[in-house]
Each structure stands twice: as structure tokens, then as C-alpha cells.
Design a protein around this ligand. Structure first.
Ligand code: SAH
Ligand code: SF4
Length: 409
């Protein structure tokens, strides 16, 4: 693993507090020929109506489309052998099965893969709308880290994504599309009609770029498609949504999506969390933890994960560990310690390994599972918090060259 060079200006406590949020830019312009990826069954039925399918046939046709799109991963209507040639042609005139475009694919020395994806909708002369999506293979699972926004409106002090200016919400199709791309690129579709074991993408984490609960409806609709057992079929227990703490949408996440919840806690005192995770000024720790206590479906069998990034000299003392254990009392919780992943220009440093171990041991002895998240894909800036469309900085020519490379892979 090649660790990246980091320009650090030594500073343990951050200086001035960052602004709470950047202004969101809702600048999505739908493509002339829309993709059917990410539409609900009802929306698919409407599309079939648009191309002249009579109401009585729509349900059956929706089932066929759903199967071809989400079980077989069809990339063109031509593949749909049980749909008449004539209907396939009418669909192809109006719609596509497009996913986001892969601009660059990078493979880390540890097998992690990162895709830079380009989304439609930019105006001439504007920066491209891009997100990153990361696949992390492990012995017993394969986890896909999915983005919910281009950039992030929030400005967590230690997060690379938070420094990105351009922000727009992803559509459900662009969120589901990331799962489709991973299956396309990994050859992970079910190409027969039989159910398959041995899938590569087994788990989804909404831990890529963006704050998923600031794009609630699209994230909900997309995750319900990903979990649908007549399609992609990744169970809700294997889907985790991570939030920095948008308290009003936490209960809705449990009730309307029903996936596992992870909370980016990172500090045990409001003064520090106000700086590290500025949304804390709006929804402080006590309110956040109350939302966790009452999270629909939470139980000892379905614990909430508390993420805690280890920042040297900032939040990593044993006193912090003690307070953490005290705070989480009564909440079915797991604690996930994340070694800080540096990025060019950050002032933070990762805690020493010995300190991470001491912290973890304290938390473990207090009765919490406290795995330390192994940084994956650091050499390709694919680890937690390192995502930021790197090509933001490249010239048009360099971008074109990278795109050509991705096409010939
Ligand atoms: N916006 C959501 C989900 C994306 S971030 C959230 O904040 O929860 C996924 C996780 O990576 C969060 O816990 C985030 O705090 C953490 N993270 C961000 N930057 C990081 C960094 N540089 N090193 C390690 N973890 C980081
Ligand atoms: Fe946004 Fe999450 Fe990064 Fe905070 S940690 S800036 S919420 S992506």
C-alpha cells in the first residue's frame, strides 16, 4: 500500500469553525432520452403506457422489464428476448438503460476498486457532475460504498468531500446505477434464470460522497429498489446508511427504508463536535442520541454503528473513550473506530496505532464490539473521507485521455 504524501501544517485543534453548510445547487437537467434505471414499478408502468402498451398488459410487462434490468443487468432492450421485437424498438426510441458513465477505473494494490462516474446534466462550460463509488472485496463479503450527492453541502473538518464546492443531489437512478456499474464491471450479474450464490457485491454502505439524509427521497427510493428481492435483492440488513446526524430524518430512515443505521459521532463533547461535524450546532449530541434510542427496529440484534474517526491529540484520549461508553449507555450499539485517512492539505493526523489499540481495548472491555476499520484503497484515495472528484483539477485534455483509458479497459 502506497501511502500518499500529505502536506501537513501541524495543528491538533482546528482553528475557526467552518460554515455549517454550503448552498445546495439543485441543478439536475434530465437527459433528453431518460434511463429506466431507478424507476419504481408504477413509473415503469407509466413509461410503458407512453409507448402504447394497453393498461391490462402493463403489470406483466413491468415484471419482465424489472427482471431484465435488475436480475440480468440488461444494457440494451435487444437483450430482452421474451419482449416482442416491436415493443423493444418502441422502448429504445424513447428510453435507455443507461447507467452513469465510467470515466476512470482505478484498482488499488489491495484489490479495492474505485470508479469515477460522470452524471448527465452539466451546462456548457460548467464543471462536470461526478461522483466516486468504491468496491472493497473481503474474504467473506464484498462491500460497495455508494455516493448520494455530488460533493456535500456539509463541511466536516476532517473530510475531503466536504471541501468540494459543486453540489447536487443524485437521482434514484444515479444511486441504483452505481450498484449496476459495480455488477457490470465485476461481471456480477445473474446471467441465467437460476438463483445464484457467490455474489461479489453482497453489502452496500451509503458512505460515499454526500449526506444521504439531505437527499432522503432519492436515497429511499433507490435503496428500496436495491433491496427488492425480485431484483438486485441485497437484504436490508446488509445495507447501511451513514449520517452525520440529520436528526429529523433518522426516524424516517427506520420507518420508510428499514436499513441499518450508522452515525458519524467522532466526538463526545458538543464543543468539539461543533467543530469536527458542524451539523452538531443544529442537532447536538443529546438530540442525536435520543433519535438513536428510538430508531425504529433498533434492538440488540440490530445495533446502531457509531463511527469514530481517530484524530491524533484531538479526540483519542482514554477520557474520550470513557465518555463515549457513558454516552452510549442504553443504546444497542457497535463502535467502529476509523483511522483518519489523510488527504492533501489536511491539518489532521491519524492517531498513533498504540493509542488506537488502547482506545479500542477500553471500549471493548466496556462490552462493545469495537473493530478498527482497516483503511482500504488508500493508494488510490478511495478510503473513507478521501473521495473527491480528483479530476476536478485536471485539464480538459488530461480528462479526455483518462476517459479514453477507461473505455479501452
Ligand atoms: N456523509 C455521511 C456518509 C459519508 S462519510 C456521513 O458523514 O456519515 C462516511 C464516513 O467516513 C463518515 O463516518 C465520515 O465521518 C468518515 N470520514 C470522513 N472523512 C474521513 C477521513 N478523512 N478519514 C476517515 N474517515 C472519514
Ligand atoms: Fe459530508 Fe459526511 Fe464528509 Fe461530513 S463526513 S462533509 S457529512 S460526506
Amino acid at each position: 500500500m502506497t501511502d500518499i504524501a500529505v502536506e501537513t501544517t501541524k495543528q491538533t485543534m482546528p482553528a475557526a469553525a467552518a460554515p455549517l453548510e454550503k448552498t445546495p445547487l439543485e441543478i439536475y437537467v434530465p437527459p433528453a432520452q431518460p434511463s429506466l434505471v431507478g424507476l419504481s414499478r408504477a413509473e415503469l408502468a407509466d413509461c410503458l403506457g407512453e409507448v402504447g402498451v394497453p393498461p391490462a398488459q402493463r403489470r406483466m410487462r413491468v415484471q419482465q422489464l424489472w427482471h431484465w434490468i435488475y436480475v440480468r443487468g440488461a444494457q440494451s432492450f435487444d437483450a430482452m428476448s421474451n419482449v416482442s421485437k416491436e415493443l423493444r424498438a418502441r422502448l429504445a426510441e424513447r428510453y435507455t438503460l443507461a447507467r452513469p458513465e465510467v470515466v476512470v477505473e482505478q484498482v488499488s494494490s489491495d484489490g479495492t476498486r474505485k470508479w469515477l462516474l460522470r452524471l448527465p446534466g452539466e451546462h456548457p462550460g460548467e464543471r462536470p457532475h461526478e461522483v466516486e463509488c468504491v468496491y472493497i472485496p473481503e474474504t467473506d463479503r464484498g462491500t460497495l460504498c455508494v455516493s448520494s450527492q455530488v460533493g456535500c453541502t456539509l463541511t466536516c473538518a476532517f473530510c475531503h468531500t466536504g471541501t468540494q464546492r459543486l453540489v447536487r443531489n443524485l437521482t434514484p437512478g444515479e444511486i441504483v446505477g452505481q450498484v449496476m456499474i459495480a455488477r457490470d464491471r465485476l461481471g456480477d450479474w445473474n446471467d441465467r434464470d437460476t438463483p445464484s450464490g457467490g455474489r461479489l457485491v453482497t453489502n452496500i454502505v451509503m458512505m460515499g460522497m454526500g449526506e444521504p439524509l439531505y437527499n432522503f427521497e432519492a436515497v429511499r427510493d433507490a435503496l428500496l429498489i436495491v433491496a427488492d428481492n425480485e431484483g438486485i435483492g441485497i437484504s436490508k440488513r446488509r445495507i447501511t446508511l451513514s449520517t452525520s446526524g440529520v436528526v429529523p430524518n433518522i426516524a424516517r430512515t427506520g420507518a420508510e427504508i428499514g436499513v441499518s443505521l450508522a452515525i458519524s459521532l467522532h466526538a463526545v463533547r458538543d464543543e468539539l463536535r461543533d467543530v469536527l461535524v458542524p451539523i452538531n450546532r443544529k442537532y447536538p449530541i443529546a438530540e442525536l442520541l435520543e433519535a438513536c434510542r428510538t430508531y425504529p427496529g433498533v434492538s440488540n440484534a440490530r445495533r446502531i454503528t457509531f463511527e469514530y474517526v481517530m484524530l491524533k491529540g484531538v479526540n483519542d484520549s482514554l477520557d474520550d473513550a470513557r465518555q463515549l461508553v457513558k454516552l452510549l449507555k442504553g443504546i444497542p450499539a457497535k463502535i467502529n473506530l476509523i483511522p483518519f485517512n489523510p488527504w492533501p492539505g489536511t491539518a489532521y493526523e491519524c492517531s498513533d496505532w498504540a493509542q488506537i489499540e488502547k482506545f479500542s481495548e477500553y471500549v471493548f472491555n466496556a462490552g462493545y464490539s469495537s473493530p478498527v476499520r482497516t483503511p482500504r484503497g488508500r493508494d488510490i484515495l478511495a478510503a473513507c473521507g478521501q473521495l473527491k472528484s480528483e479530476t476536478e483539477r485536471l485539464s480538459a485534455r488530461e480528462r479526455q485521455a483518462l476517459r479514453a483509458m477507461a473505455m479501452t479497459d
